[in-house]
Write a protein of this length. Structure first.
Length: 572
C-alpha cells in the first residue's frame, strides 16, 4: 500500500507540461518528471505568457493523455458483454475481465490520470488569460482546450474508480499530493456538476488551429466542448440540458454533423444474400470528431497496443487476446434486416431470413461482419510459435484512438431526448434520420411542440436524402421495418404521461442495443450499461448483461456484479 501511495504521489507532482514537436508526433516529457527539478521548486517563476510555451504545453498534455488512451478503450470493453478474453490473453486482462483486483494490475494505474490532471491544473493556473493581441485574447483557445482535457480525463477517471479526489489546483510538493489523496472523494454526479459549471463559460470557444501534425489534422486532437457538456449532463441526470448541448453541437452551422446516408452496409437485392453491398467505415475523418493521436514508432514515444491485443500481428505471432463475445454475436444475429424493394408496380418490404446464411455473421445486422474478420491459416506444425488463425477488427486505425464519433454522439443525444420525455424524437435518430421533414411526419404535435427546440435542424443540410436512422447503418431500411417501432402498450393507458412513462425504458433498451451494435469494441459499452443501471437503480441491468457475455449466465459473475462496489477499480 505504501509503495502504491508513493507512486501515486510521484506522478501527481509533475512539472511543467512542456512537450515538443520533433521527429515523431509528440516528443517525450520524461525529463520533466523529476520532482527535484528547479521547475518544481521555483514554479512561481514559470509563467506561460508566450505562444510557443502555450503550444508546447498543450502538446505535452496530449502526450500525457496518450498514456491512458488504450486504457479508456480496454476498461470499457474488457469488462463488458461484447468481448471475451482468449487463452492467449495476459493475466492482467483475464483478471480485468473477471473483476479481480486482488493482485496489482497494469490497467489499474490511477496516477496516470492524475498526471494529465496535474499538468492541466498547472497550465490553467499559469496561463495569462488576460493577454491580448489586436483585441483578441491570445490564449483563450488553448485555455478552453485544456479545460476540456481536464474535464474529459476526470470523467474517464470517475467512471473507472467511482469515487476520486477532486483536485483543481496544481500540486507541486509531496505534502500537497498526499493531502489531496487522503482528502474527501467525489462521485460521478459531483464530478459532472463541477465540470458542467467549469466548462459552460467556454462552451462556444473554438479549439486551437495548429494545422497538420504527424499527417493528422490537429483540429481533431481536442475534446469537443459541447459534446462533452452533453455527456456530463447525461451522467448527472440533467437530460434536457444534455439534449440542448448535443443539439447545439450537431446543428452548428460552422460544421454540421450528420449520420451520413452513404456510410452503411446492407443487403441491396432481395433473395440474393451472398455479399452485402455498401461501405461501412468508422475510421474516416468525417465520422471521427476527436481522436487521441498515438505515435507510430516506439522510438518516437507512446504507441497503442490495441492492435496486438485485439488483432493478429507478427509481433504477437497472430495470437489475439480479445475477441467478439457470444453476446455481441447473438445481439447482432437477432436483428431484423429489411429491404425496401421498389418496382414499377409497387414498393414492398422484404425481410431477410434470420438464419440460413453461409456465415453466421451475415444474419441480422451487418456491422459486426463489416468490421470483424477471422481467418484460418490452415494446419500448423504442432510446435509452431504462431497461431493457426488470425483476427482483425477494422475499428483499430493506425494507432489512433477515437474519443468522439458522430453516430455515438447522436445515440447519446437520443438517450437524452428519451429521458427528457421525448421518446418519439429519440426514435427519429434510431429509425428514420433526424431532419425536420421526418420530425413533422413521425413526431406527434403534442411532443413536437416541446421537443422542437432540440430537433429543429437546418432544413438544407439535414434532409431525408442525406441522413438515415442509425439502425439502418447495419439493419437495412429501418424506416419501413414493422418490427422496429416505437413500443406501444397492449391497451390504452389512462393518460398520455402514463404512455410516455411506459415507452421511455423500452426505447432506452433500443438505444442501448444500438450503442452496442454501432459502438462495439470502441470502449463505451461497460459505461453505457453502468449509466442506465445507475439511473434505474437496478444493478441487474449491468450484471445480467455482463454475466451473459459467453451466451449463458455466469451466476458467480452475476452475483459479484450485483454489488455496485465491484464495478469500480480500487484506488491505492
Amino acid at each position: 500500500m505504501k509503495k502504491n501511495i508513493i507512486k501515486f504521489v510521484a506522478f501527481l507532482v509533475t512539472a511543467l507540461p512542456l512537450g515538443g514537436v520533433g521527429g515523431g508526433l509528440l516528443t517525450s516529457c520524461a525529463d520533466m518528471l523529476d520532482t527535484t527539478s528547479e521547475l518544481v521548486e521555483f514554479e512561481e517563476d514559470n509563467t506561460l505568457n508566450h505562444p510557443t510555451d502555450s503550444v508546447y504545453s498543450v502538446m505535452g498534455i496530449i502526450n500525457k493523455i496518450q498514456t491512458i488512451a488504450d486504457r479508456t478503450v480496454l476498461l470499457g470493453e474488457v469488462r463488458s458483454d461484447l468481448m471475451s478474453v482468449t487463452d492467449a490473453a495476459t493475466t492482467d486482462l483475464k483478471r480485468l475481465a473477471a473483476f479481480d483486483f486482488s493482485e496489482p494490475n497494469k490497467y489499474n494505474q490511477v496516477s496516470d490520470y492524475y498526471a494529465v490532471i496535474n499538468n492541466c491544473n498547472y497550465y490553467l493556473a499559469h496561463i495569462d488569460t488576460a493577454m491580448q493581441r489586436r483585441g483578441r485574447k491570445l490564449f483563450i483557445n488553448e485555455y478552453a482546450a485544456v479545460k476540456g482535457f481536464r474535464a474529459w480525463t476526470y470523467l474517464e477517471l470517475v467512471k473507472a474508480y467511482g469515487q476520486v479526489p477532486l483536485v483543481t489546483q496544481p500540486l507541486m510538493t509531496e505534502r500537497e499530493a498526499l493531502a489531496a489523496m487522503n482528502g474527501s472523494k467525489a462521485g460521478i454526479k459531483e464530478i459532472c456538476e463541477y465540470f458542467i459549471n467549469d466548462l459552460t463559460p467556454v462552451a462556444y470557444v473554438d479549439m486551437p488551429v495548429y494545422g497538420n501534425i504527424g499527417n493528422r489534422p490537429s483540429s481533431k486532437f481536442f475534446i469537443p466542448t459541447r459534446a462533452l457538456l452533453g455527456d456530463l449532463c447525461l451522467w448527472a441526470g440533467r437530460y434536457e440540458e444534455a439534449a440542448k448541448w448535443y443539439a447545439d453541437y450537431l446543428n452548428d452551422k460552422k460544421n454540421y454533423i450528420r449520420v451520413n446516408a452513404s456510410n452503411r452496409v446492407r443487403w441491396a437485392t432481395p433473395m440474393v444474400y451472398t455479399s452485402p453491398s455498401g461501405a461501412y467505415s468508422v475510421t474516416g475523418d468525417i465520422e471521427r470528431l476527436a481522436i487521441i493521436p498515438m505515435e507510430t514508432r516506439i522510438f518516437d514515444g507512446i504507441i497503442s497496443d490495441l492492435d496486438n491485443i485485439m488483432g493478429s500481428t507478427r509481433e504477437n505471432r497472430y495470437f489475439y487476446q480479445l475477441e467478439p463475445s457470444e453476446g455481441i454475436r447473438q445481439l447482432s444475429a437477432s436483428q431484423v434486416h429489411c429491404i425496401e424493394h421498389k418496382t414499377d408496380i409497387a414498393t414492398d418490404t422484404v425481410y431477410v431470413p434470420l438464419t440460413g446464411m453461409s456465415d453466421r455473421l451475415l444474419n441480422g445486422d451487418l456491422r459486426l461482419n463489416a468490421v470483424y474478420r477471422i481467418s484460418s491459416l490452415g494446419s500448423q506444425d504442432p510446435y509452431s510459435e504462431y497461431s493457426s488463425s488470425t483476427q482483425s477488427i477494422s475499428k483499430l486505425s493506425n494507432g489512433t484512438i477515437t474519443t468522439y464519433r458522430s453516430p455515438m454522439v447522436y445515440l447519446r443525444f437520443a438517450e437524452a431526448l428519451n429521458r427528457s420525455g421525448f421518446p418519439q424524437s429519440a426514435m427519429l435518430i434510431l429509425k428514420y434520420g433526424l431532419c425536420n421533414e421526418n420530425a413533422r411526419l413521425y413526431v406527434d404535435s403534442v411532443e413536437y411542440a416541446s421537443s422542437k427546440r432540440y430537433i429543429n435542424f437546418d432544413e438544407i443540410e439535414f434532409t431525408r436524402e442525406n441522413t438515415i436512422g442509425i439502425h439502418s447503418r447495419g439493419s437495412g431500411d429501418s424506416h419501413c421495418n414493422a418490427f422496429y417501432v416505437l413500443p406501444q402498450p397492449q391497451s390504452q393507458l389512462a393518460t398520455r404521461k402514463d404512455t410516455v412513462d411506459y415507452q421511455i425504458p423500452l426505447v432506452e433498451d433500443l438505444i442501448v442495443n444500438e450503442m452496442a451494435l454501432e459502438g462495439a469494441f470502441e470502449g463505451y459499452r461497460f459505461y453505457d450499461l453502468m449509466r442506465v443501471a445507475l439511473r434505474r437503480n437496478d444493478p441487474a441491468y449491468l450484471a445480467n448483461a455482463v454475466a451473459r457475455r459467453q451466451g449463458t449466465t455466469d451466476e458467480t459473475l452475476r452475483q459479484l456484479l450485483m454489488n455496485t462496489a465491484n464495478w469500480y477499480l480500487p484506488l491505492p
